[in-house]
Ligand binder design. Structure first.
Ligand code: GRG
Length: 278
């Protein structure tokens, strides 16, 4: 299976939804709406939407029904990147080879663009024509992943972590909340919205969390020079960190046994996420 072709196909499908739900560049307030689109298009690897679509396929559900979740997780991911790049956080002038949103539109508009993308994610999930109880469960799944017990709390602890506090447990907890929770919500949420049963959704959630942890280690391996406290590479060294990523990948793939051949895309996405540094 060609995982890059699969990612490309998922990206095309989710971009169709994103194009439809995002306000147009000429709708007022124009700067705000342009800023919202700045990082959504052309976008990044779209791994989270692919996890949502492949999760639904693994559970034997129609992947079309997972598209609102696929688009919603990408909107939350994009908002988090815009805010992470702000001067009060990571203070980055470039992302994906382009100037960051606050560099082009100013800080205030960048904060508001992130806020609006987050709200749009939930508007998209709450609407649509799936069964109301499934939409409600999907809203809950994503809200939990995005809130102070996960993404936002993980980011808060990451920003304040002192080098002396960077134990393996502390770093792993930050990775689980800041990175893995959204990947878990993506992997489980597509299937959840598309009608999967509770046991399948729970396995997909656990798969996504392990993939997210492996993905963060791979990201640290790529960014070795960054030397931030919350890095497994800094804590364990490159070799041991790479071994951890491999064992998390194996544990993630083991969660998929119940799905058989239908989980082939999900397995390949997990390998892609965990091994992109090598
Ligand atoms: C501001 C609430 C808030 C959270 C910020 C996203 C984030 C949390 C921080 C960015 C820095 C970082 C290393 C995050 C971990 C997750 C990660 C590796 C994000 C990059 O994800 P990719 O590689 O990005 O999927 P693309 O560009 O492909 O979309």
């Amino acid at each position: 299976m060609d995982v890059e072709a699969y990612l490309g196909a998922c990206a095309g499908r989710v971009e169709g939804v994103l194009e439809k739900v995002l306000p147009g560049v000429d709708e007022a307030p124009r700067d705000l709406h342009r800023a919202m689109r700045h990082l959504v298009f052309p976008g990044g690897k779209r791994i989270r939407p692919a996890l949502a679509i492949a999760g639904a396929e693994a559970a034997g559900c129609p992947s079309e029904a997972a598209l609102p979740m696929a688009a919603a997780v990408e909107l939350v991911h994009t908002y988090s990147l815009i805010h992470d790049d702000l001067p009060c956080m990571d203070d980055d002038a470039e992302r994906r080879g382009r100037p960051t949103v606050h560099v082009v539109y100013g800080e205030a508009v960048a904060v508001l663009a992130g806020d609006a993308l987050l709200a749009l994610a939930f508007e998209l999930l709450a609407g649509g024509d799936g069964a109301p109880e499934r939409r409600m469960a999907a809203v809950g799944e994503l809200a939990r992943a995005a809130g102070s017990r996960n993404l936002v709390g993980g980011q808060a602890d990451d920003l304040s972590l002192a080098e002396s506090e960077a134990t393996e447990a502390a770093v792993s907890s930050i990775h689980r909340r800041k990175t893995a929770a959204l990947m878990a919500a993506a992997s489980a949420g597509g299937a959840l919205l598309a009608g999967a049963d509770g046991d399948d959704v729970a396995c997909l959630r656990s798969f996504g969390e392990k993939v997210g942890l492996a993905f963060q280690i791979a990201d640290d391996l790529l960014d070795d020079g960054r030397d931030e406290p919350a890095s497994m590479v800094r804590l364990l060294g490159r070799e041991e960190a790479a071994r951890r990523s491999e064992s998390l990948l194996a544990a993630a793939v083991a969660e998929l046994a119940r799905f058989g051949g239908r989980a082939a895309p999900l397995r390949e996405l997990a390998r892609f996420a965990a091994r992109r540094a090598r």
